[in-house]
Every structure is written in structure tokens, then in C-alpha cells.
Design a protein around this ligand. Structure first.
Ligand code: PGA
Length: 252
């Protein structure tokens, strides 16, 4: 009933030529496989967007950015607005990735502002949440995720939330090779879905796509995706190689 999605987060990797090459090879693969079950999103660096957009012709293959400005336009040197992203042909933007929260000090308030702005520009949002290692060890992971979602996302109306995908990414699993167990992922995804149900309603909760992210690879994707509340993945390292990435998509 709800969408299954595999999104690749390229982070700050690949120059323009390399990025175009990778996008072409992924598009070629899915041109011959129109029956891929999941929607696939390539989240590239900003400078790749306009070049990659016309390449993505395959069915269910979409484009996204990894961040956006919190203001619509004006004197904000170096920033990229959601309208600019939309004008490249992209449909998605990742917001609240733990690397943005940690290295660029983005808090729930700014992420909420960015989310509202991105939705108003017609972009869909992949909103990330997740706890750090110490928080999990202290048993605070549910509370951390709850606060991130309450402050970052739950100000939205139900209609707006339909354009949001939630990505649960335990920070201790990102780029570390340490994956959450399928049971840990399921437990948190179910918790998130229940939060949405309490805040909105059962229909909204059942309709929202919740992705798992953190060292997801071809060897573990099938088991993680088999859990009832896991609707796909946000893939970092393994999204940089066509073979690995398409193998993860095929894990559905
Ligand atoms: P990883 O990154 O797959 O390399 O752990 C996931 C992410 O940061 O989105």
C-alpha cells in the first residue's frame, strides 16, 4: 500500500563527470528493468542536479538534493534554495541528515523551517532522524527520535506529511559498517509509525514510508527490508557503485 523506496545519498563524492557516468549506468540498468518494485532516488551533490536530471528516464527513477537553504531567496552567499533545486528537475531533498546536524549544527527548529520551505516549493522531503551511540547505550534512543520528529516534522498538516519520507538512521551505524539488526530497525520503525498514528491518525501512519539507513549493503538489505515497518533504505557508501546500489534495490 505504501511506497517502497531506495534512495542513494552520494554525499560529497564524485566530480561532475563521474556523477553523470554513475547516473547513466543506473538509468541504463533500470531502463531494461521497468518492473523494479521500489522507487529509486539518486540524491546527488547540488552541482550534479541539472546535469543528471535529463539522464533519468527510467520508470520510478527520481532525483534529489542533500540539503537546502532555510530562506527562499536573497543575500545568503553560498546557499541553494528549494526553488532552485526544484528548477533543476529534482523532486526530493534530504533534510536532517546526521552529518548536517553534527557538522553544520542544524537543529530541529532550522530543519522544521527548511522542511516547510521545501514542501512549499513542491519538493518531497526525506527527513532523517536517529540517535548517537551514547544515547542508545543510555536507553534514550526512543526519546531522541521522538523529539527530532515532534520538533522537526509534526508541526506539518497531515496533507503535507504525505510528501515526507522518514529515514531512521542510527548515527552509530552510518559509514561504520555496524548495521542495526533487522530487529532493532523494526522496533524503531514501529515506534515511529506509532508516533505518527498518535499525532495524526492510523491512515497517515500506515501510508508513510519509513526508510532505514546506516551501513545498508547488498548482503544485509534483504533481511532488513523484510521487516514489516521497513519500507526501504537510505544508502550512503553502497550507493556509489552501480552494482551494489542496484543489488540493494533488487533486494525487494
Ligand atoms: P552509509 O550512509 O550507508 O554509508 O552508512 C548512510 C547515510 O548516511 O545516509
Amino acid at each position: 500500500m505504501r511506497k517502497q523506496i531506495v534512495a542513494g545519498n552520494w554525499k560529497m563524492n564524485k566530480n561532475l563527470q563521474e556523477g553523470i557516468e554513475l547516473a547513466k549506468s543506473i538509468n541504463d540498468y533500470f531502463m531494461e528493468k521497468p518492473a523494479a518494485k521500489a522507487e529509486v532516488i539518486l540524491c546527488t551533490p547540488f552541482i550534479h542536479l541539472a546535469g543528471v536530471a535529463p539522464i533519468l528516464k527510467a520508470n520510478k527513477l527520481f532525483l534529489g538534493a542533500q540539503n537546502c537553504a532555510s530562506e527562499p531567496s536573497g543575500a545568503y552567499t553560498g546557499e541553494i534554495s528549494p526553488d532552485m533545486i526544484k528548477s533543476t528537475g529534482a523532486q526530493y531533498v534530504i533534510l536532517g541528515h546526521s552529518e548536517r546536524r553534527t557538522y553544520y549544527l542544524e537543529d530541529n527548529a532550522i530543519l522544521n523551517k527548511k522542511t516547510v520551505l521545501a514542501l512549499n516549493s513542491g519538493l518531497n522531503v526525506i527527513f532523517c532522524c536517529g540517535e548517537v551511540k551514547e544515547e542508545r547505550e543510555a536507553g534514550k534512543h526512543f526519546d531522541v527520535v521522538k523529539t527530532q520528529l515532534k520538533e522537526g516534522l509534526f508541526t506539518l498538516k497531515a496533507e503535507e506529511l504525505k510528501k515526507v519520507v522518514i529515514a531512521y538512521e542510527p548515527v552509530w551505524a552510518i559509514g561504520t559498517g555496524l548495521t542495526a539488526s533487522p530487529e532493532q530497525a523494526q522496533e524503531m520503525h514501529k515506534y515511529i509509525r506509532d508516533l505518527v498514528k498518535t499525532q495524526y491518525c492510523e491512515t497517515v501512519a500506515n501510508g508513510i514510508t519509513i526508510l532505514y539507513g546506516g551501513s545498508c549493503k547488498p548482503s544485509n538489505a534483504r533481511e532488513i527490508f523484510s521487516k514489516p515497518d521497513v519500507d526501504g533504505g537510505l544508502i550512503g557508501g553502497a550507493a556509489l557503485k552501480k552494482e551494489d546500489f542496484v543489488a540493494i534495490v533488487e533486494a525487494f
